[in-house]
Design a protein. Structure first.
Length: 576
């Protein structure tokens, strides 16, 4: 097999696919990763390179073929019985897909053709020569599911637990909510929650959510049934739940993992824990809430690999991105990221901090809660019960010689006041605010009770955003909107796309999300309008006149590019 003259990282730098700075950042992260993921996977998860570009670079350097499902070059020949020669467990563990066999040679596609140990093991296992090719990890996983079949471990485990469970008096579904809350022995419940079937069930619920790219898991109970739902791309989808009699042990298992008090069922509790998959570490933030039928549990999934996403990968249009980066380079001033809950504000804030983070800058944050832990940044968790509020935290920061301050959210006059004071004192301050558009942020601050001259002199940029679902590339369908719609939304006369639904997107028609953005740069003209306390509408009109692209403009641009559908944009953005 051909050997690399350079290490993979050096090859990618040489090809211009990543920068030396990105390579050094990945190597630094790798040193702290106990799983020591291959550098290629780390680069992909951090958003520095696509799976396809990584595979193409390796293919070129090793002079071996690159195969893909989309191009039709990766086709599995089941009649060759290759699945009988290579055990499924080995193939999945080492990400090696046998796709065809000719005489005494097996054709294998893998994500790391340099793994000589795997190639040698395959030779001994099959008693055949191995002809390697390369593909993306995503295509290999699809091929493995096609070759060996996709086993639904979750349904199988639920069925096994229900079949093995005794019926009768122990069936919690036959008992009232208050009786269940008060009449269950906590020691017995803890014992049941720590039995192997329940542990496996909880693990599968979490892993299935992570694999489905869910942001939240909702586990809840009603009068006659339990329910489990995943929030995927902003929408909740129900999965088959176990019988209601397993609800209490299931909740107890999660509370044990989260270091909560399983005996306390009358008050809300918060906790969390961490899980490791083969290629990443995921934090889970857990919240319980008492309802009339028992406790509801919500697990927020915080994927640390998303933390390394750069501003370039958020979906900002080129002109908007340029304005955003220019504002971040200012030595001092106040920047607000606005939008409703779940619009991706935290992701944008962390992407901004990654853009700003250098050893020469002292960056401090105060958050509620601290969602992601970032190397090289001093992060503080709000604790109102002991007096550590956003405002008090920022006051302390000002005595810690900061260059950049990030405040999780401005909720009141006191916090807004101290943020402005910090900005006027020569610090760059980033925070979030709940407003419908960028222009409304200035008027909202004045409504808090701030003097207009303080707002106008400190603000340098306001960004509003929403998240929009992306069309599934496998099933999206072209259509031509009517002339009235084309004219109203300034659409091209060429066809645009709509959602259809297929197996690859669970019949939804959408996979993943992208952002719609509106960046208002506070110019001198806008400062004068803020001083005069004019309406948000007048500020917005002037900003549009000066070249600002609105949220709707951003969404329509994504419709033109085939990224999303017009229906999806109009369901997210308010239009007159």
């Amino acid at each position: 097999m051909p050997r690399l003259q350079f290490k993979l990282g050096e090859i990618l730098v040489k090809e211009g696919l990543i920068t030396n700075e990105q390579l050094n950042e990945v190597l630094a992260v790798q040193k702290q990763d106990p799983n020591r993921r291959p550098i290629g996977e780390a680069l992909v998860s951090m958003g520095f390179i696509s799976e396809e570009n990584l595979a193409l670079a390796l293919s070129k350097q090793l002079n071996i073929p690159y195969l893909s499902v989309q191009s039709g070059t990766l086709k599995i020949k089941k009649d060759a019985d290759v699945q009988k020669l290579v055990p499924e467990e080995f193939a999945r563990e080492h990400r090696a897909l046998p796709y065809s066999k000719t005489s005494n040679t097996i054709n294998i596609v893998c994500s790391d053709p340099l793994d000589i140990v795997v190639i040698d093991n395959l030779k001994m296992m099959t008693n055949c020569e191995i002809n390697p090719a390369i593909a993306t990890l995503s295509d290999i996983k699809k091929g493995l599911d096609e070759l060996y079949g996709k086993e639904d471990l979750y349904r199988k485990t639920v069925a096994q637990i229900e079949a093995a469970a005794p019926s009768g008096e122990g069936d919690l579904s036959q008992r009232g909510a208050s009786e269940v809350a008060e009449g269950i022995d906590d020691d017995a419940l803890r014992k049941t929650a720590e039995e192997a079937p329940l542990i496996k069930l909880v693990d599968l619920i979490i892993m299935e959510a992570i694999n489905s790219k869910a942001s939240d898991i909702h586990i809840e109970t009603f009068e006659k049934k339990a329910a489990i739902r995943y929030r995927i791309d902003g929408i909740l989808y129900e999965i088959p739940p176990p019988a209601k009699q397993f609800y209490l042990p299931l909740v107890s298992r999660i509370k044990i993992l989260s270091k909560m008090d399983i005996a306390e069922k009358r008050l809300p509790q918060d906790g969390g824990f961490m899980v490791r998959t083969k290629d990443k570490v995921v934090d889970l933030r857990v919240s319980t809430m008492p309802t009339i039928y028992g406790e509801k549990v919500v697990l927020r999934i915080l994927d640390k690999s998303q933390l390394k996403v750069g501003l370039e990968h958020l979906g900002l249009e080129s002109t908007t991105l340029t304005k955003f980066k220019k504002a971040l380079k200012k030595p001092y001033g106040l920047i607000f990221i606005t939008g409703p809950t779940g619009s991706g504000k935290s992701t944008t804030l962390y992407a901004s901090l990654n853009e700003l983070r250098t050893p020469q800058k002292n960056i401090v944050t105060i958050e509620d809660p601290v969602e992601y832990r970032v190397e090289g940044i001093n992060q503080v968790q709000v604790k109102p019960q002991i007096g550590l509020t956003f405002a008090n935290g920022v006051r302390t920061f000002l005595r810690q010689d900061p260059d950049i301050i990030m405040v999780g959210e401005v909720r009141d006059l006191e916090t807004a006041e101290i943020c402005i004071r910090a900005a006027l004192a020569g610090r760059l301050v980033l925070s979030t605010l709940h407003t419908n558009d960028a222009a409304s942020a200035a008027t909202r601050l004045i409504e808090f009770g701030l003097e207009p001259f303080l707002v106008s002199s400190s603000l340098i940029m306001i960004e509003a955003q929403r998240l929009v679902r992306k069309l599934c590339p496998h099933c999206k369908k072209e259509y031509e909107p009517d002339a009235q719609t084309q004219k109203k939304y300034n659409l091209p006369k060429t066809p645009i796309y709509k959602a259809v639904g297929c197996d690859k997107c669970r019949q939804i028609g959408y996979v993943g999300r992208s952002g719609m953005y509106e960046v208002l740069v506070v110019t001198e003209d806008i400062r004068q309008m803020i001083l005069k306390k004019v309406s948000a509408t007048e500020i917005k009109d002037l900003a549009i006149e000066k070249g600002m692209k609105t949220l709707l403009d951003s969404g329509i641009e994504k419709v033109k590019q085939g990224i999303t559908s017009l229906e999806e944009v109009l369901s997210i953005v308010f239009t007159e």
